[in-house]
Design a binder for this molecule. Structure first.
Ligand code: G2H
Length: 251
């Protein structure tokens, strides 16, 4: 069985001081054991998070990384720097990285290979924009992203590590959520694609999250779908109380 992964993607929010406040508030709130909770913060909060959450069941993640181990790459963070802090996950290919920072599939493929080599679990984001959805090209776009981003990577390397997050760009931070049926349909499409690319065994084990305006009010509906194994949540993960409601959904 796939344990759901509910991850808060803080994006470029939360100072280190605000992170400490968040953790303090979270201490008084319940964290369900039925779900894996994860906080994905800016690099500047990762040391605080990994130290404070070390003896809890809450995982941590980074929002990006470069694929090289070290060197003259001003402004970048390497996988071993993340590993050294004890970070568990790293988001690769969030649509904001693809669109604003022009990261392409060739680069994302290198980042996934590097994350796996360093035993970081990649959360690979994929998803179509509004025009691609309206022209009925959404499945083609997502298939092309996943095939390119996982190029040359074996089933053995991905097993128990890869997480995929389906995030339709038109639903990100807009308040518009894909209907839970549309989200389910794409997550099922992705699982079938993984069966075709690898095996049913791998496809059945990979957790596929939905992301895009998930909040406490809609998380239970989204999580009730067969092929949706979690959520990647931006805005609604910034307050401990709201984050706690998300990770205790259905209770
Ligand atoms: C989608 C999501 C988090 P939000 O980017 O990855 O953000 O929940 O604010 O739409």
């Amino acid at each position: 069985m796939r344990k759901p992964l509910i991850a808060g993607n803080w994006k470029m929010n939360m100072t280190d001081g605000e992170t400490k406040h968040f953790l303090n508030d979270l201490k008084n709130l319940r964290v369900s054991d039925n779900v894996e909770a994860c906080i994905i913060s800016p690099f500047t909060s990762l040391k605080t998070l990994t130290e404070e959450l070390k003896h809890t069941n809450i995982s941590t993640g980074a929002q990006n990384m470069y694929f090289e181990d070290s060197g003259a790459f001003t402004g970048e963070i390497s996988p071993n720097m993340l590993k050294d802090l004890g970070v568990d996950y790293v988001i690769i290919g969030h649509s904001e990285r693809r669109t604003i920072f022009k990261e392409d599939d060739e680069l994302l493929n290198k980042k996934i290979i590097s994350a796996l080599t360093h035993k970081l679990k990649p959360i690979l984001c994929c998803g179509e924009n509004l025009e691609q959805r309206e022209s009925n090209n959404h499945e083609k776009i997502v298939e092309s992203q996943i095939r390119s981003d996982l190029k040359g990577i074996s089933e053995k390397e991905l097993k128990s590590k890869l997480v995929i997050a389906y995030e339709p760009i038109w639903a990100i931070g807009t308040g518009k959520t894909a209907s839970s049926d549309d989200a389910q349909s794409m997550c099922k499409f992705i699982r079938n694609l993984l069966t075709e690319m690898y095996s049913k065994d791998l496809a059945d084990s990979v957790r596929i999250q939905y992301g895009g305006s998930v909040k406490p009010e809609n998380v239970t509906d989204i999580m009730s779908k067969e092929d949706i194994d979690g959520a990647l949540v931006g805005g609604a993960s910034l307050e401990a109380e709201s984050f706690s409601k998300l990770i205790n959904y259905g209770e």
